[in-house]
Design a protein. Structure first.
Length: 131
């Protein structure tokens, strides 16, 4: 019976860490925008994700990490890719996201219908040599 309490505690601890990462991302993005470092305000949230990107640690119905760019206009595909590269080029962040159950990175603008998405496992050097 006691092992069930430990499982529940671990589940809530992991969920808290996921929400903390989203909160920290949003705080850093907000400060970068206010300080003039970033040209647009970014906001992250948890989404369903893409089921074809699932991996062994994916969270059911919560595998997507969506970044919305509050740009005030539709963004070009190249601009969406540039925003995504901020996450994908940071291997430590990508690995942390995978370990917390995310499998999909999505980037969208607040206007228009363009979007971009990536399988996080393809950008984490899994199975390769660590730098």
């Amino acid at each position: 019976m006691w092992y069930k309490i430990i499982e529940v505690t671990e589940w809530f601890g992991e969920m808290a860490e996921r929400y903390r990462l989203v909160k920290d991302f949003n705080k850093a993005a907000k400060l970068s925008f206010i300080g003039g470092v970033a040209p647009t305000l970014l906001e992250a949230k948890i989404t369903k994700g893409d089921s074809s990107y699932k991996h062994a640690f994916s969270k059911w119905r919560g595998g997507g990490f969506r970044i919305k760019a509050l740009s005030g206009r539709p963004l070009e595909k190249s601009e969406l890719i540039e925003i995504g590269r901020v996450v994908l080029d940071n291997e430590t962040l990508t690995r942390k996201m995978i370990s917390l159950g995310w499998d999909t990175l999505e980037v969208h603008a607040n206007q228009g219908y363009n979007g971009a998405k990536w399988a996080l496992k393809d950008h984490a050097n899994i199975g390769g040599f660590l730098n």
